[in-house]
Design a protein around this ligand. Structure first.
Ligand code: PGA
Length: 231
């Protein structure tokens, strides 16, 4: 089974919601499709659909004076099953630290939202990717590698996001092996790849040994393109 995850970022509108609900209806049984729209669009998906919904962020507190934030429990209540955490855009633009991401990860799993936890090196860090990824993993998950609650780790090299540049399939496979060697052989997590995935490269990427799926940004905003990635 492979995850096909759409990250709409701050894109999409009510018309695109309807297009997706109507257009994505016969998903192959070996695919699990998750659409992560902006928070404001989430309840518009509550009309009967063939795929699951994820949020793009959550806060770590349950409730209180945190203007603009959403708790995992509220996101769950409006129909989310997943939440993207630690995306490089949140780390770069909203200055989210590893410590904050760790708290969000803990809050999400305690409120039964499955985290889609992003890791990945910048262009400058590329030569040191092993060091960067192992630091991110231990900072995000503490020493709880035996207790990962189905976390979907998304390897997203920052230099690949929105650039059209992707690592070779061999390089992605090496990262998957490395991540799995750190996290251990339990069945309670998955590893997907994200960064410039499109209908032209998805089949090759999905064929990588040990990889559990893809996280798709800009190519998930066009229904036809996204459907080609699902199949
Ligand atoms: P991209 O974005 O597919 O547009 O490169 C991926 C992501 O940021 O999750």
């Amino acid at each position: 089974m492979k995850f096909i995850i759409a990250n709409w970022k701050m894109n999409g509108d009510l018309a695109l919601v309807d297009e997706f609900i109507e257009g994505i209806n016969d998903i192959p049984s070996d695919r699990k499709v998750i659409v992560c729209p902006p928070t404001a669009l989430i309840t518009s998906f509550n009309k009967g659909k063939a795929f699951s919904i994820g949020a793009q962020n959550c806060f770590y507190e349950k409730m209180g004076a945190f203007t603009g934030e959403n708790s995992p429990a509220l996101l769950k209540a409006i129909g989310c099953e997943y939440v993207i955490l630690g995306h490089s855009e949140r780390r770069a633009i909203f200055h989210e630290s590893d410590e904050v991401i760790y708290k969000k990860w803990n809050a999400a799993i305690s409120q039964v939202l499955t985290p889609i936890l992003c890791i990945g090196e910048t262009a400058d860090q590329r030569a040191n990717w092993k060091k960067i990824l192992s630091k991110q993993l231990s900072n995000y998950c503490g020493n709880k590698f035996s207790d990962l609650h189905g976390t979907i780790f998304a390897y997203e090299p920052v230099w690949s996001i929105g650039t059209g540049k992707i690592p070779s399939t061999e390089e992605i496979e090496e990262v998957v092996c490395f991540v799995k060697s750190l996290l251990g052989s339990s069945e309670n997590y998955c590893v997907v790849y994200g960064g410039s995935v499109n209908s032209g490269n998805a089949a090759d990427i999905l064929g990588i040994n040990g990889l559990d799926g893809v996280l798709v940004g800009s190519a998930s905003l066009k229904l036809d393109e996204f459907k080609k990635i699902i199949i």
